[in-house]
Ligand binder design. Structure first.
Ligand code: GLP
Length: 264
């Protein structure tokens, strides 16, 4: 596990985008696992800039998003479809046929639908690089506390904490979805490499729990301790509660000296 401490949100966004860009250049037909949430906005913005100014080519890239609210159509402004289209897909040269996001309006046969989503990931050769944010309660995707580490793509009921956190994006008279379709922890752990982004002091405790706490389904991001290739790209505020903070700084310096390829 690598913990990359950045001095600001801008720096962490650039660092994450740099790693994604290097991965795309290295393998143009890469399969990316993508996340939504305000934390990822800076990374997408930087990737769009790299596409426009440096010709970063997404034409062969395939993407699978982690999750979508149940009941929200792709056109709904709060849907993750809309988030991805507005902030990334419509601004780069990604092929429509290579974009996959769970459909929140499927309405029936969820198990069959979710199994097909898993199959599509397998058919694409698996996820090469998975981007994650982290919820205040430690969730990744919408894998709320007590999600099984063996879980696959499925329907998940949102906790009241998550609903509270995300309600601000919905208008006052609008009903907030209580469920989502999300990739499972088992699905996420099969990605070849994982990047988790976190910013701000509101995430400091959960980031410390995920990195240094016990491996527990009560903080689903702690599952990442079981993965062989995880990089936490965080800012100082999100890393403020890490006990091994100075050690991570030294590891960053030594990694840059001896195994710089791990940083790209
Ligand atoms: C939602 C998403 C998560 C994301 C989280 C954090 O709950 N399902 O994938 O990590 O939000 O969002 P933010 O970055 O806005 O704090």
């Amino acid at each position: 596990m690598l913990v990359l401490l950045n001095s600001s949100y801008e720096e962490l966004s650039q660092e994450a985008a740099r790693i994604v860009a290097a991965t795309v250049k290295n393998k143009p037909s890469v399969t990316l696992g993508l996340a939504t949430g305000s934390t990822t906005l800076g990374m997408y913005k930087e990737l769009v800039r790299l596409h426009r100014e440096q010709g970063l080519d997404f034409s062969k890239v395939a993407t699978f998003n982690l999750d979508e609210y149940l009941g929200l159509a792709a056109e709904h402004p709060q849907s993750f479809h809309c988030f991805m289209r507005d902030n990334f897909f419509a601004r780069v040269n990604i092929a429509e046929r290579n974009i996959h996001i769970p459909d929140g309006t499927i309405g029936k046969d969820y198990e069959e639908y979710c199994a097909a989503y898993e199959q599509a990931i397998r058919d694409a050769g698996g996820i090469d690089l998975q981007i994650l944010g982290i919820g205040r309660n430690g969730h990744v995707g919408f894998n709320e506390p007590t999600s099984s580490f063996g879980s696959r793509t499925r329907l998940k009921v949102l906790t009241s904490e998550t609903m509270e956190d995300n309600r601000k994006f919905f208008s006052a008279n609008e009903e907030m979805p209580e469920c989502a379709i999300t990739m499972g922890i088992g699905t996420i752990l099969e990605a070849k490499r994982i990047l988790l982004l976190a910013t701000g002091e509101a995430k400091a405790e959960t980031v410390a729990n995920a990195i240094e706490g016990p491996i527990t389904a009560s903080v689903t991001a702690s599952c990442l301790q079981l993965h062989p290739d995880v990089t936490f790209v965080i800012d100082e505020a999100a890393g403020a509660r890490l006990k091994q903070h100075d050690y991570y700084r030294r590891v960053m310096e030594m990694t840059a000296r001896f195994t710089p390829s791990r940083l790209s």
